[in-house]
Every structure is written in structure tokens, then in C-alpha cells.
Design a protein around this ligand. Structure first.
Ligand SMILES: [Cu+2]
Length: 160
């Protein structure tokens, strides 16, 4: 096993309990991330700015851009900016996972996320999320606050 692989394995072990802990009450725990893995701040990353926007009437909510294309193995620093009037989330997963997660959030609307693949921002707040896309395919970033997904708050990530 390479030094990196060992370090990654140790890191995964260290991270796993906290990931489970945050979502324990409502989730079954998801230490495996479908869309890749949390990024490494010491490695180069391409910055992608994503705006979270709403019209203040809960009828039109969206991410800009709504489609992002990345190369497999690429590390992306998402610079998230909530330009809307209420809190929004950026949750990176598969469409199926996000749908399941959204159902849970209808039951537990106050559920907060601190997972490496998710970020919640209050109105006008900014944040960053570092992610390495290790798997090819189509993934989704979505806001799972009840009503937001339906109002248009989801986007696609294509990993080539
Ligand atoms: Cu939202």
C-alpha cells in the first residue's frame, strides 16, 4: 500500500464516525460518497463558482450554473454564494440519493448537515466545498430543504 493510500485509509476511518454522527438521527449513515471523495487542500483544484438564488417568493429557486462538467480525477473547489433571501444547501450525490434524502428532510425539516459533500448557507453567506470527482458518471447538486428542490434548486455534474 502506498503512503498516500495508507493516509487516505486512516483519514477515512477518522472521518467516518463524525459523518455518521451528524446524520445519525435521521439517516442510515452514508460514509460512502457516490460522487467521489472529499478534496485534499494540499492538492491543486479548479475553482467553480456556484450561486444559490431565489426570487424571495419560494416559486423560483436555482443554482447558477445548473450544469457543470469535470474530468474524472479532477479536484474542484466550489465557491458557493447564497445570493437569495433564505437558507440554501448544496448537497452533492446521485439523483437517487438526493431524492431519498429529500424525503427524510420532509420528516425532519430542521436537519442540519455538516457532511463533507454538503454545505448549508444562510442568505448572503458564502462558503467553500472541496471535492475530488473519482468516478465517471452523472451526479447532482441539490438543495434538499423542503420545497426548494421542487422550485428548481438542483443541478447536474457530468464527470467524464
Ligand atoms: Cu434552497
Amino acid at each position: 500500500m502506498s503512503k498516500f493510500a495508507t493516509a487516505a485509509a486512516v483519514l477515512a476511518l477518522l472521518l467516518a464516525p463524525s459523518v455518521t454522527l451528524v446524520c445519525t438521527q435521521a439517516h442510515e449513515g452514508h460514509p460512502d460518497f457516490s460522487a467521489g471523495e472529499p478534496g485534499d487542500p494540499k492538492k491543486p483544484a479548479r475553482t467553480v463558482r456556484v450561486l444559490m438564488h431565489d426570487d424571495g417568493k419560494e416559486s423560483d429557486m436555482r443554482f447558477k450554473p445548473a450544469v457543470i462538467t469535470v474530468r474524472r480525477g479532477e479536484q474542484i473547489k466550489f465557491v458557493l454564494e447564497n445570493t437569495g433571501t433564505e437558507s440554501h444547501e448544496f448537497v452533492l450525490a446521485t439523483v437517487a440519493e438526493n431524492r431519498k434524502h429529500a424525503e427524510l428532510m420532509k420528516k425532519f425539516p430542521d436537519m442540519e448537515h455538516d457532511d463533507p459533500n454538503a454545505k448549508r448557507l444562510a442568505a448572503t453567506e458564502r462558503g467553500e466545498l472541496l471535492w475530488r470527482f473519482t468516478r465517471a458518471g452523472e451526479f447532482e447538486f441539490a438543495c434538499l430543504i423542503p420545497g426548494h428542490y421542487e422550485a428548481g434548486m438542483h443541478g447536474k455534474i457530468i464527470v467524464k
